[in-house]
Write a protein of this length. Structure first.
Length: 182
């Protein structure tokens, strides 16, 4: 046997630490039996993934089908609704020095981008958009979503400066700052 094989055989795998308040059978662990429905947003946990209630995976009129009544189902709050309720976020975007003539356009762009993201993944949502005199502060449920929104705005509005920072594990929070140049 080679030394490489022996050393890899003797190494142990590391345990993944759970985030604060996370149960072992939460989103990324073992899924409970049947179908889970979020009582707030009506998204459906099916085959270990969250789907929109009108998703093609589930089929049309999923809730009205007799099959749904036959299947074991229960109510469980989805991770995005849970984050919103607890005031948590994974992405934060600070947009500063927004020109007055572009303020409405920036806001429409953010909302449209978020709507497209939510159609792809029901867990990608904007939690809050806070407006100040010449700035915006946006929090999102997904850290990648915050980065994508900021990169899209940076590409759209050339006279801007972008900085991205990621926090260390286990928090996985991305903070993005976009400053418009005068």
């Amino acid at each position: 046997m080679s030394k490489f094989y022996e050393s890899s055989k003797s190494t142990r795998s590391k345990k993944v630490l759970l985030r604060k308040g996370e149960q072992k059978n939460d989103q990324y662990w073992k899924s409970s039996e049947g179908v889970a429905v979020c009582p707030i947003c009506k998204n459906v946990l099916f085959k270990k993934e969250w789907h929109h209630s009108d998703s093609k995976v589930l089929g049309k009129d999923f809730f009205s089908k007799k099959e749904f009544e036959k299947k074991e189902h229960h109510f469980k709050q989805c991770p995005a609704c849970k984050m919103i309720k607890e005031g948590l976020y994974e992405g934060e975007i600070s947009i500063k020095d927004v020109p007055v003539n572009h303020k409405d356009e920036v806001l429409k762009t953010i909302k449209a981008f978020a709507e497209r993201g939510k159609k792809r993944d029901p867990q990608s949502r904007i939690i809050r958009i806070r407006k100040d005199r010449n700035s915006f502060n946006i929090t999102t449920t997904e850290n990648q979503m915050a980065v994508r929104i900021a990169k899209y705005l940076h590409k759209t509005f050339k006279k801007s400066q972008l900085s991205i920072s990621h926090s260390k594990e286990p928090y996985e929070v991305s903070r993005v700052e976009l400053v418009f140049m005068k």
